[in-house]
Structures are given as structure tokens and as C-alpha cells.
Write a protein that binds this ligand. Structure first.
Ligand code: ZN
Ligand code: ZN
Length: 369
């Protein structure tokens, strides 16, 4: 039985034929990186390959690395194996990695969303036999609304805060959510002020040629009365710190897919929760997997047990694999127990973890059909 083209090892997803890893979490010689989030782009590899829009953020986050960048659709050969990047729609520069050798085709999707956020190149389904997918929001309760609707709610909330003399603080993680918010705020309401962590990422993206709306970095010298005319864009880690408290009184809004869960707003101590995610929702996951026409699906992180069971029930050949992905930025899960929300009943059929079989690290996946 021939060895599969990709295997799951304790360093990451490995292509022995091509002698490279995809999003490895331990140091390797050759790493192909789906995107610059911390759970996918680790420091310490000898050589990196990534999309060119990830370049400056990777340098900013990882320092001086040896990095080759490519465009979407451009092919790189490694030891006879063809590597090609396709848009994942997750954050600016995020890519699905298509790997092919002698007719065997795998796609490692990294993190992705099917909704067009207007700043990341939209997700493109890529035909393959083996599809490696996340399922961060792989429960039917996660159904995203149109982005335009969420941002009209956000802009209305900002206006009403202004009328009440409250400063508006909105939070989203520094790569992805922050820029998505920035590009969709109505700047007729006021200017945008940024926390340093977000502004550093904005600057890296601008060095990469990305055009973003104007922002002002908050420093010790920024006049408070100027800031109060605008909105503060801050990472979730800034919330509850002395840095943010000095801007009181303010109303604090939190943007995350987890805001769909009851109690999530309270846990984040947010005044307003907006359901906005850079990951695919339930329909997005199912349609993306279906669109690949794949024979086998491997689920890396999220509601892997129940989602795997669901996929097997509807006719896919799906299995869970163990990886270190998912500890992503600040959009980590508050907990992964099935949400107690309307629709929860429907989950019980396949939400039972009793016969769960996770493919452990390093296990041979068996031959390819
Ligand atoms: Zn990510
Ligand atoms: Zn991730």
C-alpha cells in the first residue's frame, strides 16, 4: 500500500516526498505557512514559504526569517511535489495549500471563511481527493449574518454612544478582525484611534501595499479630547487593563463568532457583542467541504468530534486529527461544549462523544484509494 502524500506528525503536517511541513509547530527545515496567525506561523524554521501579503506581518512577528513568497495560483516545486496557494478568505494573505504528486491531490485549508469580508481575497474551493479542514464553528447554531448588517449595527451603536457622551471601544484581534472592522466603520461618524499592537500590524500591512483607512496610533501625547471624538480599536488583551480604563466612560463592544453563545458577552465583560468571525460558519464549512469533491476529510480543530460524526453520516469519509491549531490569537474558544441554544436538540444525534476516535499524532493514515 503506497504511503499517503501527507501525514500528521508530532511536528505538524508533513510531506515526506517533498520534504516539507505545512504550518509545523516545532522547528523544521522547510515550512509552508497558510497564514501569519500564531498557531500556524511559528518561529524557528530554516525556510518559510507563504503568500506575499503575509510577508511583512511574518517579518514583524517572527523577525528575520528566510522567506520565499508567492502569489495565489503560482506553483512551486519541491522535490517533484507541486505546491500551489489558493485564497482562504480568512485574513489578508491567508492561503489554502494545494499539494499534488503523481495525481494525488491534498488541500490544507488552514483557517478559512466562505463569507467575502471585502479585505481578504475571497475563499476559492479547490478540487482535491483529501481535504484538511478546521471546524472552529462546526455546530448548526453558528450561522453568520450578512457582514453589512453587522456593521450597520456597529455604526449605529457608535453613533448612539456619541450622543450619550460615551467613548466607543471596539475590540478584535490584531491581524484580521481589526482591519475588517477598520475598513467597515463609517468614518463620517469620527476618526479611528488604535492601540499599538493593532497599529503595528496595520503598518506591516501598509508596507505590504495594503490600503487601509486612516488610523492614529494612541500615544501618551494623544489629546484625550481628540480621542473622545472618535473610536478606539483595541485588541481583546487590552480590555480591563489600566491602559483602557483611563478612557472611561466608554462603551465596549466585542466582535467574535463566540458572541453567538449565550453568556459570551458577559464573560468578555462587553457592553455589546457582535457576531463577526473570520472562520466559516456551519453552512460555510459544509459547503466548502462539499465543493472540493474530496474522498476524505480530516478535521484539525474546533468541534471535531461531532462535526466528524455529522460528515460521516451524510456520506463523507471524515476523521479527526490531532494538531496544535486553534489557539488562535484572541478568537480562542471560551469552551467547546455544545452550546445550550435553540437548535441544540438537533445536535444530540451526533453530538455524543462516547465512541470518539481521534487519529493520534504520527499514526499512518493508511493507503490512498
Ligand atoms: Zn487564523
Ligand atoms: Zn488557526
Amino acid at each position: 500500500m503506497a504511503k499517503p502524500l501527507l501525514e500528521f506528525t508530532d511536528r505538524g503536517i508533513y510531506c515526506e516526498q517533498g520534504r516539507f511541513y505545512i504550518d509545523p509547530w516545532k522547528p523544521v527545515d522547510d515550512a509552508v505557512i497558510t497564514h501569519a496567525h500564531a498557531d500556524h506561523a511559528y518561529v524557528g524554521h530554516k525556510r518559510y514559504l507563504a503568500h506575499h501579503l503575509s510577508k511583512e506581518v511574518l517579518y514583524y512577528r517572527l523577525g528575520e526569517i528566510s522567506l520565499q513568497t508567492v502569489e495565489y495560483g503560482e506553483t512551486v516545486m519541491k522535490n517533484g511535489v507541486e505546491i500551489c496557494l489558493f485564497p482562504a478568505g480568512h485574513v489578508i494573505g491567508s492561503a489554502q495549500i494545494r499539494i499534488s504528486y503523481k495525481g494525488e491531490v491534498w488541500v490544507v485549508s488552514g483557517d478559512y471563511k466562505t463569507q467575502d469580508d471585502g479585505i481578504s481575497t475571497p475563499f476559492e474551493p479547490v478540487a482535491c481527493q483529501h481535504f484538511i479542514s478546521e471546524c472552529t464553528f462546526g455546530m448548526p447554531v453558528y450561522q453568520w449574518k450578512e457582514q453589512a448588517q453587522i456593521f450597520s449595527e456597529i455604526n449605529n451603536w457608535w453613533c448612539s454612544n456619541q450622543q450619550q457622551g460615551l467613548l466607543t471601544v471596539i475590540s478584535g484581534y490584531s491581524l484580521g478582525k481589526a482591519q475588517r472592522i477598520l475598513q467597515n466603520l463609517d468614518l463620517n461618524i469620527g476618526p479611528v484611534f488604535t492601540h499599538g499592537v493593532i497599529e503595528n500590524t496595520n503598518e506591516a500591512l501598509r508596507r505590504n501595499g495594503v490600503i487601509l483607512n486612516p488610523t492614529t496610533r494612541i500615544t501618551a501625547d494623544t489629546p484625550k479630547d481628540e480621542i473622545r471624538k472618535g473610536i478606539i480599536l483595541a485588541p481583546p488583551s487590552a480590555i480591563g487593563t489600566p491602559w483602557i480604563r483611563k478612557f472611561a466612560p466608554f462603551s465596549f463592544g466585542y466582535c467574535s463568532g463566540w458572541m453567538a453563545l449565550r453568556g459570551a458577552k458577559r464573560r468578555r465583560a462587553a457592553d455589546r457583542g457582535f457576531i463577526l468571525s473570520d472562520h466559516a460558519d456551519w453552512d460555510g464549512l459544509v459547503s466548502a467541504i462539499d465543493a472540493t469533491g474530496c474522498e476524505k476529510v480530516y478535521l484539525t480543530h474546533g468541534y471535531t468530534a461531532s462535526f466528524t460524526r455529522y460528515l460521516n453520516e451524510i456520506g463523507f469519509d471524515a476523521r479527526e486529527v490531532h494538531t496544535l491549531y486553534g489557539e488562535e490569537e484572541e478568537e480562542t474558544s471560551p469552551n467547546l461544549t455544545p452550546p445550550n441554544l435553540p437548535g441544540g436538540e438537533a445536535l444530540k444525534e451526533y453530538g455524543n462523544d462516547s465512541d470518539r476516535q481521534v487519529l493520534p499524532l504520527g499514526e499512518d493514515l493508511g493507503g490512498v484509494k
